[in-house]
Design a protein around this ligand. Structure first.
Ligand code: UDP
Ligand code: MG
Length: 343
């Protein structure tokens, strides 16, 4: 089982001194962790860089972190950050970014939908001077036409609203150089819509196309409700336009109401008050009531966000850090044989 892993080469044997950090956020992914780790190690061993693998356990309840912590005894490049509970992928990635030491950092999903074999290509583009290498999905096979349509409309809408362009068909799978990581670390917000934050920093960005694989094992952690929330988060984090629309809608409704009011009064004065119009009164009340609730809701989204930001809570809490290199420093690095017996 451990023969998957190529032996660790001491840094002096390597041609390049640059360090590549890989961040892998995971939540209840224990069926895929072994394959994920072995594919990453195998690919990284073929490159000429040193590397560190930072697995961020986002509060998994299936014991996946234990498996990795055992592996760390003989894979010095492995580091496991265990968060104190499930904070969400955005927070897990932030935790990873706060701990990377690399000259370049790559964020990749644990479920192997982002193929690790693309890493050398990403590194080659980075070598040519890009600060950020985005991985764009070539196709969206296996998704319904409804999802494709809503996604495309959403991005068009979002990009109309916000000042920076958030590219479509691009997820978190990307390479960020040191400059980009430092830039991201200066953004202190608690409402972390990472796709927006990545776009906000700008820098020299290159795009590579790739085919997104199906999940290796397990099930997606996303459902439509979560996606909807993320969509609202995206809009409200990057634009205050909905507040302007709320004022505009309120103003238009008030204007229409005033014109209608004048018309009703004039009609009553000229033709006499016939006490009619129950349906129109109900229509107007419900219409205005709807607009009021909508605008209060929009306002509430922003007030809520301000409230969360004002508390200044950290984005995540770490319960435990396990670093493979600590085992070497303390002289208790296990051989792969010993660990295989203990597993
Ligand atoms: N993930 C996480 N915390 C969460 C939900 C997901 O760290 O609360 C991780 C998950 O383990 C996976 C990645 O984020 O490595 C992408 O999640 P998933 O595959 O469920 O999303 P999808 O690929 O379906 O968009
Ligand atoms: Mg996935």
């Amino acid at each position: 089982m451990n023969s998957f892993f190529a032996p660790h080469l001491p840094s002096s044997n390597r041609k390049k001194s640059q360090l590549i950090s890989i961040i892998i956020p995971f939540y209840n992914e224990s069926p895929v962790l072994e394959l994920c780790l072995s594919r990453l190690v195998n690919v990284l061993e073929t490159t000429q860089y040193q590397y560190e693998l930072i697995f961020v356990d986002d509060g998994s309840e299936d014991g996946g972190a234990h498996f990795l912590e055992r592996k760390a005894r003989y894979i010095p490049q492995l580091k496991i950050l265990r968060l104190s509970r499930n904070f969400g992928k955005e927070a897990a990635m932030t935790a990873g970014l706060d701990h990377v030491k690399g000259d370049a950092t790559i964020i990749i999903d644990a479920d192997l939908q982002d193929p690790p074999e693309k890493i050398p290509e990403m590194l080659a583009v980075w070598e040519k001077g890009a600060n950020v290498v985005l991985m764009k999905r070539r196709t969206r096979d296996g998704e319904t036409w409804l999802k494709k349509l809503t996604s495309s409309l959403y991005y068009r809408f979002l990009n109309k609203l916000s000042h920076c362009t958030i590219p479509e068909d691009v997820g978190d799978f990307r390479l960020l150089d040191r400059k980009a990581v430092e830039a991201l670390k200066t953004l202190p917000e608690r409402n972390r819509y990472m796709k927006g934050l990545y776009a906000w920093i700008g820098l020299k960005t290159e795009i590579l196309l790739y085919d997104r694989d199906p999940r290796a094992q397990g099930v997606t952690k996303w459902d439509y409700l979560k996606l909807f929330r993320l969509a609202i988060e995206g809009i409200t984090s990057f634009s205050t336009s909905p507040l302007h629309w709320a004022s505009f809608i309120g103003f238009s409704a008030a204007l229409l109401g005033a014109v209608y009011g004048v018309w009703i009064v004039l009609k009553a004065l000229m033709l006499g008050d016939s006490v009619q119009g129950f349906p129109s009164i109900i229509a107007v009340i419900t219409f205005l009531g709807g607009i009021q609730l909508l605008t209060i809701g929009i306002l509430g989204e922003y007030v809520g966000k301000t409230y969360i930001e004002s508390k200044q809570r950290p984005n995540y809490l770490i319960q435990k850090i396990t670093a493979g290199e600590d085992y070497i420093q303390s002289g208790v690095q296990f051989t792969s044989m010993k660990v295989a017996q203990n597993d």
